[in-house]
Design a protein around this ligand. Structure first.
Ligand code: PRT
Ligand code: ZN
Length: 285
């Protein structure tokens, strides 16, 4: 039986989360000793563990059929692959940063400056579009120390909390683009592999849809149902079931976890009782 091959990061920020995603999709991967590749036990999937920098090329060549990596790497490598689905983890931004005591005057500040980065293509494209000339110093890593050692006037790097910049005496001048982990695919998958990809994607979407959502059940006197329904948008609309005591009903709906406390207070205020909030594991729309 044909298998689909997925490349994920061998060891790094996206490794655990990529495996967690597969596990949320019901795919068990045994990789105690981190070999180069392994097979899922209960899905026709082979997993290749690679450096994230190499994933776009391997997917383009068909060594792997699909891969999980940061969009930043996908953009930088400019390989001929398809972006299939953003995955909602590994979020960060690519930013220009300068020594903290510099006065930042807007993008023109960078004209003629030396900027150190591991993302020269993204940076070059950005400044070309802005018609600003800069000198790009390409570095493999530790970009944040480049200004301190006099190699560059500014840096262009991944920022998440911003603490690395602060620790290196830098400040964020411009956030250029946001990035998150994404699923990419080879452009010429066989019909059998496309079908496997569709099955995997169905599960990924169910997981993504359920993430952060809560299922809410509550009881309310019939006369306040309209008020409560207004507070609970639900997927289509809330379900309303009569209770044994005919004057009361049970109302069920799905809400965003972030809205939870605010909505709960309003629901209580509107007359809801016995409110249950339950995490949602998967949601198929
Ligand atoms: O070995 P391999 O080449 O596979 O790994 P890598 O070292 O190239 O990548 P890795 O594991 O560091 O990151 C993988 C991906 O995670 C990146 O391509 C991004 O898409 C994503 N990601 C999310 C991050 C960060 N957040 C992040 N904060 N990648 C790197 N960082 C680094 C950043 O380079 C900087 O040094 O963290 C520092 C900044 O963090 P803050 O929180 O101090 O701002
Ligand atoms: Zn890398």
């Amino acid at each position: 039986m044909e298998k689909i091959k997925i490349a994920i990061q061998k060891s790094g920020r996206l490794s655990e989360k990529s495996l967690d995603l597969l596990s949320e999709c019901g795919i068990n991967v045994s990789n105690g000793n981190r070999r180069l590749k392994t097979e899922a036990r209960n899905f026709p999937l082979e997993i290749l563990f690679l450096r994230d920098d190499d994933i776009p090329q391997y997917v383009e060549q068909g060594v792997a059929d699909i891969g999980i990596l940061g969009q930043n790497e996908m953009w930088e490598k400019e390989k001929d692959v398809t972006e299939i689905e953003r995955l909602g983890f590994g979020s960060c931004r690519l930013s220009l940063a300068i020594p903290k005591d510099e006065v930042y005057t807007g993008l023109a500040y960078f004209g003629g400056k030396r900027i150190a980065t591991s993302y020269p293509r993204i940076l070059k494209k950005f400044f070309r579009e802005k018609e600003i000339d800069v000198k790009i110093e390409e570095l493999g890593g530790s970009v944040e120390i480049a200004t301190g050692i006099g190699l560059a006037d500014a840096i262009f790097d991944i920022v998440s909390t911003g603490s690395t910049l602060i620790m290196n005496g830098l400040k964020e001048a411009e956030a250029i683009v946001k990035s998150e982990a994404t699923l990419i695919g080879n452009k010429n998958l066989s019909a059998a592999k496309t079908e496997l990809l569709e099955r995997l994607l169905f599960r990924i979407k169910a997981y993504k849809n359920g993430r952060g959502k809560k299922y809410v059940l509550l009881n309310a006197p019939n006369e306040v149902i309209p008020d409560i329904v207004r507070l609970l948008p639900g997927m289509r609309s809330p379900s309303i079931l009569p209770l044994a005591d005919g004057r009361w009903s049970s109302i069920h709906s799905v809400i965003n976890g972030d809205d939870f406390w605010e909505i709960i207070d309003e629901l209580k205020h509107a007359g809801a009782e016995g409110i249950l909030v339950i995490p949602i594991e998967k949601m198929i729309l």
